[in-house]
Write a protein that binds this ligand. Structure first.
Ligand code: ATP
Length: 405
């Protein structure tokens, strides 16, 4: 980019020593005229340059303003559908509106169909989102065959039975429901304190039914771009349809399905849209074939009751903290591979761990093993468990559940 005009030639002055005074004077006059012309030309050029500088200053300040505006205003996400000769066809996430937009040749070069871009209110592309920004890839945990089996879960026999009826049977024996003439539950909601085995149950059903396990955390569905959460929900169901039979597990569903608060911020509206997308995907479930949906929450009290209506999460299963037998069973499960002293009584430890969740009991077992190692032993004794318990109790703050992590 060169705007600088060429400089005028420098006038030369040739004064011959043989010249007469008059000739010299004439030559000097001519030279003076040439120099004045060059001066005028340079003065014009300088004037031009000054005016260009002021134009550029204005442009910079406009761009700065635009930049600030872009930084502060919301951007929307769209996918490049098609590149026409000199325009781009975009499809906005959220409302699925299609728009044709102009792009600079430089940006046009960079774009490909399928790219995700951030656009402003006037549909002008602001950025091309790279792979790392693609939340879809990071947001889901997909497992063809999760390792968990029903027998790895301690103390939730009734809950396991209910989950099997609500999720496993419709996948493995759909005719049972057809014969009786009822619809299987649309969605199952597991609720209860953290670390009690909700995720494990969902994984175990997937394992049992050879279904792909697709996990998404509700918090991942709360995205910063408008339409992004809804898009993730669509992706989630699309992926499940590709991989069916599949079990979709949405953890922390409260992140998108809480009772509406007083504030009517745009963020709330966006979360609401994401929830509506989830419900509409669930409504289209009949045609979906072998897909089941399980959600989990630790905050049942906060849930918007709308999601619990028939046809939505219509099977509620409470997953409480384990009782004494449950705790003993969980301790057995998590000490299976540990070298325990023969006289160690897991029943007694179960008695002493009232209020512990499965996850906490697992940590207790590991902590006991650490005490044995510290003591140079390979066998874990009851004393190690007592020491671990004492350590845990010391860390516990009164009235609060014990946090190990
Ligand atoms: P969150 O609400 O925090 O997602 P969750 O209820 O889904 O918790 P899980 O992820 O299933 O909890 O459990 C965490 C870990 O705790 C498990 O990987 C397992 O090792 C242990 N655990 C929890 N509950 C049980 C149980 N009932 N039986 C055996 N292990 C358990």
């Amino acid at each position: 980019m060169s705007h600088s005009p060429s400089l005028p030639d420098r006038p030369t002055l040739d004064l011959d020593p043989d010249m007469s005074e008059e000739e010299r004077l004439a030559a000097l006059r001519e030279h003076f005229i040439d120099v004045s012309q060059v001066h005028d030309e340079l003065a014009d050029q300088l004037e031009d340059a000054r005016s260009r500088q002021s134009d550029l200053r204005e442009e910079v300040s406009d761009l700065q303003e635009e930049n600030e505006a872009l930084k502060t205003s919301s951007l929307y996400i769209a996918t490049v559908e098609e590149l026409t000769d000199d325009q781009v066809l975009l499809k906005q996430h959220g409302n699925n509106q299609e728009v044709l937009t102009d792009v600079s040749p430089r940006l046009y070069q960079k774009l490909q169909a399928g790219d995700r871009v951030a656009i402003n209110d006037s549909f002008a592309i602001q950025t091309v989102l790279d792979q790392e920004t693609d939340a879809r890839a990071q947001a889901m945990e997909i497992s063809e065959k999760p390792e968990v089996r029903y027998e790895d879960i301690g103390g939730l026999e009734e809950q396991i039975q209910e989950v099997r009826e609500a999720v496993e049977d419709p996948l493995t024996n759909p005719e049972k429901f057809q014969q009786v003439g009822i619809e299987p539950p649309s969605g199952v909601l597991l609720y209860g304190p953290p670390g009690t085995g909700k995720t494990m149950m969902a994984k175990a059903v997937a394992n049992q039914t050879d279904a792909t396990f697709i996990k998404m955390a509700g918090s991942e569905l709360v995205q910063k771009f408008i339409g992004e959460g809804a898009r993730l929900v669509r992706d989630l169901f699309e992926l499940a349809a590709e991989r069916e039979p599949a079990i979709i597990f949405i953890d922390e569903i409260d992140a998108i399905a809480s009772k509406r608060t007083e504030s009517k911020t745009s963020g709330d509206a966006e979360v609401q849209r994401t929830m509506m997308q989830l419900l509409s995907e669930m409504d289209g479930f009949d045609q979906r074939g072998d897909i089941s949906i399980i959600a989990a929450t630790n905050r049942f009290d906060m849930l918007d009751r709308a999601i619990l209506r028939p046809g939505r999460f219509d099977r509620l299963i409470e997953v409480p903290e384990p009782d004494i037998e449950g705790r003993e069973r969980i301790l057995e499960i998590h000490t299976r591979k540990m070298n325990l002293a023969p006289e160690l009584d897991l029943g007694a430890i179960a008695e002493d761990t009232e209020g512990f969740t499965g996850a906490e009991l697992e940590s207790l077992a590991t902590e006991s093993g650490m005490f044995a190692i510290r003591d140079g032993r390979t066998e874990v004794t009851e004393t190690d468990f007592e020491d671990a318990l004492e350590k845990v109790s010391r860390e516990e703050s009164p009235g609060k559940p014990i946090a190990f992590y």
